[in-house]
Design a protein around this ligand. Sequence first.
Ligand code: TAP
Length: 488
Amino acid sequence: MTDIQPAGRGFLEYAPAPESRAILHLRDEYGLFIDGQFRPGSGEPFATISPADESHIATVSNADDADIDAAVAAARRAYDKTWSKLSGRDRGKYLFRIARLVQERARELAVAESLDNGKPIKESRDVDVPLVAAWFFYYAGWADKLDYAGLGANPRALGVAAQVIPWNFPLLMLAWKIAPALAAGNTVVIKPAETTPLSALIFAEILQQADLPPGVVNIVTGAGSTGSALVRHPGVDKIAFTGSTGVGREIAKAVAGTQKKVTLELGGKAANIVFDDAPVDQAIEGIVNGIFFNQGHVCCAGSRLLVQESVHDEVVDRLKTRLSTLRLGDPLDKNTDIGAINSRAQLDRIRELSAIGEQEGAERWSADCAIPENGFWFAPTIFTNVQASHRIARDEIFGPVLSVLTFRTPAEAIEKANNTPYGLSAGIWSDKGSRILAVADRLRAGVVWANTFNRFDPASPFGGYKESGYGREGGRHGLLAYLKGAGA
Ligand code: TAP
């Protein structure tokens, strides 16, 4: 289904689903990873479950304020005594080592990610995990070249970075955060999302294997309150947050008036614009990939399809035909296209917004697929006759739901695409290069894809305008967010 093809696509072959689970060597209980060691948290431990069947995977520690103090103190000690004293070349060696270990343990990481998150194994195997390795390789290469970052000779790290990440790409978001922070010379305390801590805890084992000095990366699991305590901690110098716009706003308020530097990667409601001269076969695949990849749990998902009126019926008919071929089911089955929704809460939100779509007069079509009895599932769904004022055209659904709107002229397409409080990404499908460039220039979106969608590369900066946040991750820009003397 997806055309996302980072290096290494297809380099792993998987056993059928039941056996793939067997390659995981999970502990029954996971502690917090502080100062290079696992240790129990002081809060009430919690279970992480598989969203595909609601089965228990492991028990995970819950960090309270005292644990956050310990993690931040460990990161500060490591910064003062070890990490800030290493040369860039030596920091780079650790990052290269981590990247290689991620590759070595790729199968295990992919299975853990699909088990805990619900995403299809072919996505975690071909997209998430290869990109995680690519991110560490890319920033490993920067570590001894910071003098070329544009900040003069010897740019300096910020110190201790507090990082809070969401559940949709648990390991990839961790890599986006940790790799540039370490390359620039910072130490880290990171909090994974409550529903997807597993791959981060396996990653902690990789850090031990890599002999990363204790305290350079600390991983504290817990709920939203753990994230809140971490970002408010007076001992942190930098905050990097990816998640909802609501929580991003709270964080921005909490740090107002402090010296902390902040980058926020928040929500989106991307327009995927299809002109009447678009290559239709390619566009259909791009639309499907844009909204149904990772069950639509993607901040930059192409959740609003803007299609030129003259090709609307053809595009919608072909989309329905294509969606009828997608296979929904066991995330660990390599033939699965659509996995499980990550949590009951997220499923409830998708159901609620879809019901509102129907009440407001949009026309709903859902693929006719068998829904498993247990777990959290939602069939791929398209809404047509959507008006710009409808909630399903304005709110981020963060699920496998596409809202289709129409336009007549390029100017109308641009106006509708920009008619959103968000500004993270957009897509344009057209045969004319000049039209693509002219439209892209007027879209208020941090990333604009042309005749493709959801392509990621560690060298390419990613981030939003307006309520999609500020600061960039990836590329040289992503590095600057962790160095003194640069913006954000
Ligand atoms: P959030 O509820 O915002 O959660 C994100 C992270 O913040 C989780 O680790 C969460 O912990 C933690 N958190 C919750 N409340 C907090 C608080 N008051 N202070 C500090 N941390 C807190 O978002 P989500 O539901 O996980 O993710 C979905 C949202 O993230 C969507 O809106 C999506 O667009 C956005 N997103 C954006 C991007 C980019 S790059 N822009 C990428 C991925 C996702 P718990 O899990 O324990 O609640």
